[in-house]
Design a binder for this molecule. Structure first.
Ligand code: SF4
Length: 344
């Protein structure tokens, strides 16, 4: 297990069980408080309380006005400028506190992302709006990966978000230290396989970039931007399968034929969605450790993560092969507060 400084995650306060909702209640998420709370340092944030709305308070709403979304109070007062300022300040606070990820409450006109009811002239015109706090935060702090508590229930979404959180923490560490060329190459060698699963083109382009660059300190900002952008692309069962085959290639020589066949059939079982990505990765990592294969020893793709996170557990295994992308929910596997249909 790696020992690194704790990663800070900002979380909508109501998901932590704080009674800050408009009705004086909360939406405590057991995955957030239990699994994430055990692995990360959680920072509570409630923007509606932050802008001075009390608890309890009248419900506020997202309204389309003049082509833009506005945050309106119960007497139609425009709360958008207040929330704009507050979100900017929160982004600065998060940045200074080195927040490395954000979990926001779904369907809230402040915190929701892409699933908020948008009103116009008293009617709901869509349910794919984004809350004002969430949208301003995304613009001011684009590096920090964001996810809702409902998407945390999807193994594929959860895996993708956690991968980005781990990657951001490490590249920040790299940038904070002396970014000499050797450390940057080492970082790329460690993360290349993860990047391959999300964006093979970016992994290859950055490999060429590093081969040509002489100045690691000046090259790092471009590397960081492209690396994080590449990881923001979704992976799929096929791209993970390619990576697993590639890594298994390093074990070809030291493995005896029987063991090689077992490993290959495990990787084939992953492609057939019979075993989870976690199982396939665990198997590869165990063989690499047992055989002492140095080229795999420091691979981020094989790194052990806190068990409580259920990282890569269930991923792709329960998804139907046809018509689903890697981002498609596989159905909830972890309890996250109240059932989605009854939430805000
Ligand atoms: S959804 Fe956001 S604004 Fe609403 S209670 Fe939760 S933290 Fe506060």
């Amino acid at each position: 297990m790696e020992h690194r400084p704790p990663i800070r995650i900002a979380v909508s306060g109501c998901l932590l069980g704080e009674e800050v909702r408009y009705d004086g209640g909360h939406r405590r998420s057991s995955y957030v408080t239990g699994a994430l709370g055990g692995a990360f340092e959680l920072v509570s944030e409630c923007p509606e309380v932050g802008i001075g709305l009390g608890v309890p308070r009248p419900k506020i709403r997202l309204e389309r006005s003049g082509g833009a979304a506005r945050l309106l109070g119960s007497r139609d007062e425009d709360l958008t400028p207040l929330m704009d300022d507050y979100a900017r300040q929160a982004a600065t606070r998060f940045d200074e506190a080195r927040v490395g990820g954000v979990v926001l409450k779904s369907r809230s006109p402040s915190c929701g992302m892409g699933d908020v009811k948008l009103h116009e002239s008293g009617a709901v015109i869509s349910e794919d709006g984004t809350g004002i706090f969430a949208s301003r935060l995304a613009a001011a702090l684009p590096e920090a990966p964001r996810i809702s508590e409902t998407d945390l229930e999807s193994p594929a979404h959860r895996d993708h978000w956690l991968t980005r959180v781990f990657a951001l923490a490490e590249i920040r560490e790299l940038a904070a230290g002396s970014a000499d060329a050797a450390r940057l190459y080492e970082f790329h060698a460690r993360w290349k396989m993860v990047l391959m699963a999300h964006s093979e083109g970016t992994a290859r382009r950055l490999g060429r970039f590093l081969a040509a660059t002489r100045d690691a300190r000046n090259g790092l900002p471009r590397y960081r931007e492209e690396f994080l952008a590449g990881l923001a692309e979704p992976a799929s069962v096929g791209t993970h399968h390619n990576v697993l085959l590639h890594l298994a290639g390093h074990l070809k020589k030291p493995l005896d034929p029987g063991a090689r066949e077992r490993l290959q059939s495990e990787i084939a079982a992953f492609l057939a969605r019979e075993v989870s990505l976690a199982a396939a990765v665990r198997s590869l990592a165990a063989w690499a450790a047992r055989l002492g294969v140095q080229s795999l020893g420091n691979q981020a793709y094989l790194a052990e993560r806190p068990k409580s996170l259920a990282y890569r557990e269930g991923i792709y295994r329960d998804e139907r092969p046809a018509g689903l992308t890697s981002g498609s929910p596989a159905g909830p596997i972890l309890p996250v507060g109240t059932p989605a249909t009854t939430r805000r």
